[in-house]
Design a protein around this ligand. Structure first.
Ligand code: HEM
Length: 145
């Protein structure tokens, strides 16, 4: 519990801050949004998050590029066929989130840090969109999502 909670959160923040240092124009846009929404006179509160749309996109883009748990483990609950592959009930499946989140068939310019790619998109972090699984999906996804 301690390992999955501390290391994941810290590494995610490290990567997002790294990308902000590498992309000063994104950092400026975040500052502007914080000035408008939070006013910089107080700290950000959970109730502000709904209004911090650009910050949300920056966090998602950071998590897309830098998956802190790049491989997810799942177990097939029943016999099934996926893309012509027969998978037996009880099989252990490893999902490569890193590869999916940088797949050029799904993401344009996948290696670039472009928070704006999430403008007008309804992709969220809850595992409903299989091209973006920072907290995995299904019953064994992250309970702290
Ligand atoms: C940015 C932060 C985090 C990320 C990106 C993250 C990501 C993930 C992912 C991808 C999994 C699924 C692993 C797999 O499929 O094998 C997972 C599982 C888990 N996470 Fe997180 N996590 C984060 C923070 C946390 C925090 C803060 C906690 C606890 C307070 C936590 C507790 C857990 C637990 C207990 C599991 C195992 C669930 C199970 O096996 O049923 N995570 N996390």
């Amino acid at each position: 519990m301690l390992v999955v909670a501390i290391n994941t959160s810290a590494t995610t923040v490290d990567w997002i801050l790294t990308e902000l240092l590498r992309h000063p124009h994104v950092m400026k846009k975040i500052h502007k949004e914080l000035e408008q929404v939070v006013d910089l006179e107080r700290v950000v509160e959970e109730s502000d998050l709904e209004s911090l749309k650009y910050l949300d996109m920056v966090v998602k883009e950071g998590m897309r590029l830098h998956s802190v748990l790049p491989l997810s483990q799942c177990e097939a609950m029943e016999d099934c066929v996926v893309d012509g592959f027969r998978i037996r009930k009880g099989s252990r499946i490893t999902i490569n989130n890193y590869a999916i989140q940088r797949d050029p068939n799904v993401w344009s310019e996948p290696e670039k840090f472009l928070p704006e790619r999430f403008v007008g998109s309804n992709i969220d972090v809850r595992g409903r969109n299989f091209q973006f699984l920072p907290f995995s999906a299904g019953r064994r996804s992250c309970p702290a999502v």
